[in-house]
Ligand binder design. Structure first.
Ligand code: SF4
Length: 431
């Protein structure tokens, strides 16, 4: 028998989620005595420029609906577990819980909040010598509910059930996945083999195009997808934003390893017809043909300074730094060619010939280019990730007249981009 995946319409009452879970037979294996963990996607927290929550974070109201369903079933040992990326000092998982109303939700229903970054690690060897260190609490649950958001991703095209489990990894393994020799999507496709979600729910109240932390555009979609089979859930969710299993490497890796089909047609889809809810969303950011900067560089006529496109080795720690340097270079442009500088990030980029100076952002870049003979004058910016101030100073030192206020202004605008717009209700992120 093929796995069942259900698509339901979201409505602001618990019954909508309950019906979708029932259609998928989602609680079929659940026992009221089970230790249940809900794993939302609370990717990172920024108190200075709050990330607009729509399509980025699992909607608090929907998690509350799920807690109510579990309580009604008789479950009392319920926890919520996440390991957010720390992009600002002191702003980890607990700050995300607080800022998104999860702390209030936990108090209201007697739910335990777990910071998976603080957990002991269970170590799994997924291939010769390649290990994943996974938070023990995530592995030891009786009934693990994976609750990602419907979104695209700049490195992996989509970020759904399989990708959401990356939040269960210890920091060491989060970084391991981004190592040049790990193959990001192959590596994280294994987490589900060890965490073994009993149910995957995809929060599609909003769907995010070109998604990444502060950036991207969220569209109201009002759907929820449920399946006890993470592969079926991901295939159905991907389809609603315009992708098939063939398009997504990590879905294919997982399916191949388990001898399963990555064709949604081979699964039993119930509830709302998926075809009625398809709106293709873009995942990628355009870059100049010479790989010297984001597409806007061509439009504005920016030359001289080059920022090659980020690759899959750029981990979440350095991702804000890469964005910062893009905006700073834009702020330095006054209509004249910029200084001959190349700015590199991630773990595997190699300096190209022809630049007077090469800025190496972060310890990984410094190491990767230690012996690169194309570099005439290296400007290393140490740190893992490097500090914002150090990036600004490094760019100024190579003759770029950067303006940090332009960056702050851009981030503020990103934080406020949905304010006052119909359908973007921040009340959904309170308990
Ligand atoms: S230096 Fe940057 S890319 Fe390297 S591990 Fe640290 S945060 Fe990640």
């Amino acid at each position: 028998m093929t796995s069942v995946v259900a698509l339901g319409k979201y409505a602001p009452d618990t019954d909508a989620l309950k019906k979708t879970i029932e259609l998928a037979g989602g609680f079929g294996r659940l026992k009221s005595t089970d230790r249940v963990m809900i794993k939302p996607n609370l990717v990172a927290w920024d108190d200075q420029y709050p990330i607009a929550p729509f399509g980025v974070y699992t909607t608090t109201r929907l998690v509350e609906d799920l807690v109510l369903c579990l309580k009604e079933f008789g479950c009392s040992k319920i926890s919520i577990g996440e390991g957010s990326v720390v992009i600002k000092k002191g702003m980890g998982t607990m700050a995300a819980y607080e800022g998104l109303g999860y702390t209030a939700l936990a108090k209201k229903y007697g739910v335990t909040l777990v910071d998976l970054n603080e957990s002991e690690a269970e170590v799994f060897e997924y291939q010769d010598g390649m290990e994943l260190h996974i938070a023990r609490e995530a592995v030891e649950q009786d009934f693990f509910i994976n609750f990602p958001v419907l979104k695209t991703h700049g490195q992996t095209k989509v970020s759904l059930g399989l990708k959401n489990l990356k939040g269960c990894l210890k920091l060491k393994s989060k970084r391991h996945c981004h190592n040049p020799d790990s193959n990001l999507e192959y590596a994280f496709s294994h987490i589900a083999d060890y965490v073994k979600p009993a149910l995957t729910l995809v929060d599609g109240i909003y769907a995010l195009e070109k998604g990444a932390l502060h950036f991207g555009n969220a569209f109201r979609k009002d759907i929820v997808i449920a399946s006890t089979d993470i592969l079926a859930a991901d295939l159905a969710a991907a389809r609603t934003i315009g992708y098939s299993g063939d398009d997504i490497d990590h879905i294919r890796h997982y399916a191949e390893r388990h001898g399963r089909s990555w064709n949604l047609g081979d699964y039993t889809c119930v509830g709302e017809p998926i075809a009625d809810h398809v709106k293709p969303l873009k995942w990628d950011w355009s870059w100049t043909p010479e790989n010297t900067g984001p597409g806007i560089f061509s439009k504005m006529g920016i030359t001289g300074t080059a920022l090659p496109k980020y690759d899959e080795t750029l981990c979440s720690g350095c991702s804000p730094i890469a964005n910062l340097s893009n905006i700073l270079v834009l702020s330095a442009f006054k209509g004249q060619p910029l200084p001959s500088v190349e700015i590199l990030n991630g773990k595997k980029m190699q300096a190209r010939t022809g630049y007077e100076k090469t800025v190496l952002l972060g310890n990984c870049m410094i190491k990767a280019n230690k012996e690169n003979e194309n570099i005439r004058d290296a400007v290393p910016v140490k740190g893992c990730p490097p500090a914002e101030d150090d990036v600004v100073k490094a760019l100024q030192s190579v003759g770029l007249d950067v303006n940090i206020l332009a960056y702050y202004g851009y981030m503020k605008q990103q934080s406020e981009k949905y304010d006052g717009k119909e359908g973007y209700d921040k009340g959904l992120f309170t308990a």
